[in-house]
Write a protein of this length. Structure first.
Length: 346
């Protein structure tokens, strides 16, 4: 019996050490590290934050961005709004968008924001949100998912590789790096980083010799196109529309000003979406519904699906027609700001 107890005790200690080691190194960047963001804020000039220290926990990071700034205007939506940022020296703007956002995650995010502050919200709504088969990303993983991660063999193997490559990680989980002319708090040159306003920065924007997002090959196979987000889309989901209505009702109850929009697509995708027998009817129904839905709550809708309406060029997409670059994204912001100013001057 004593041997069994000793064996179980040893096993538990080893598992605890394994979990602590993988948590500390965090080889795949699953845990967000608020102290790293604090270090970036404290630096003079302030640093960017590598994706490694944000990990998959986008929601707590974005809520921290909001609370750390005197935010009066914010944009939220999917990864396609992440290049919309604050202007130089502007402190009152924040980007609260998250990759693979869904209406349910959006509602959760907005409910987490402090009430009692009059905000302006620029809400980027994706047509594929209304496909009931589209599932959003888990932006705040639960205890079970975290436990599986820190106890996994793959995490241990990668942790050991990182420690061999960068022994300082055993003592310091991150450090200030230089990427081009910018300071980045992280562990290595990032494929992407975050500004402290919550907007995204691609590595190639800091140093042209580094990572550039790949251009996804165009396909008409809906199970593969953009990871299948349009697959089996047979109607505008009533449940998702209801969640969007909850979002707009929440904004109205809090006295917020809202401008809705949909991010643009490249010409090839635009033609495909308009003509495809599965997507086309839903694509057109989405375009008819959104202005009515936003108007029902007293808000404005801007249809940016065609990049020329912003105006942006086809060369303003960094990956062949999905994500716009900084210049195009800030032109979207200019249109959104102008719409807000026009509404307030009436």
């Amino acid at each position: 019996m004593a041997r069994l107890v000793a064996f179980l005790g040893t096993a538990l200690v080893l598992l605890a050490l394994l979990a602590a080691f993988n948590w500390w190194v965090d080889p795949f960047g699953e845990f967000w590290k608020p102290s790293a963001v604090d270090d970036a804020r404290a630096a003079r000039p302030q640093c960017l934050v590598s994706h490694e220290v944000i990990g998959g926990e986008y929601l707590p990071f974005k809520l921290d961005v909001f609370r750390a700034r005197p935010t009066r205007t914010f944009v939220t939506g999917s990864s396609r709004v992440l290049k919309i940022g604050a202007r130089r020296g502007e402190r009152t703007f924040a980007n609260l968008g998250m990759p693979v956002m869904s209406p349910e995650i959006l509602l959760r995010e907005l409910r987490s924001l402090p009430a009692g502050r009059r905000e302006t919200m620029y809400l980027g709504v994706e047509a594929f949100w209304l496909n009931s088969n589209f599932k959003g990303f888990d932006v705040s993983p639960g205890l079970e998912q975290r436990a599986r991660y820190v106890l996994s063999r793959s995490a241990l193997d990668e942790s050991l590789r990182i420690v061999r490559r960068a022994p300082y990680v055993l003592v310091h989980r991150w450090r200030k790096e230089r990427v081009g002319s910018s300071c980045v708090v992280g562990r290595s040159r990032p494929a992407l980083a975050w500004r402290l306003d919550g907007s995204r920065v691609w590595s190639f924007e800091l140093d042209p010799r580094t990572y550039h997002p790949a251009v996804d090959p165009f396909t008409t196979d809906l199970s593969k196109l953009r990871t299948g987000i349009y697959d089996h889309w047979d109607e505008l989901s009533p449940q998702r529309i209801h969640v969007l209505e909850q979002v707009l009702a929440l904004a109205r109850a809090r006295g917020w000003h809202v401008v809705g929009f949909t991010p643009p697509d490249g010409e090839r995708y635009l033609r495909f979406f308009e003509s495809n027998p599965v997507i086309g009817p839903r694509w057109r129904a989405f375009a008819r519904l959104m202005p009515r839905l936003f108007a029902r709550y007293g808000y404005t809708w801007l249809d940016f699906r065609d990049a020329r309406s912003i105006p942006c060029r086809q060369s303003d997409f960094v990956d062949g027609g999905y994500h716009t670059d900084a210049a195009c994204s800030m032109r979207m912001r200019k249109r959104l700001d102008y719409t807000t100013l026009s509404a307030r001057s009436k």
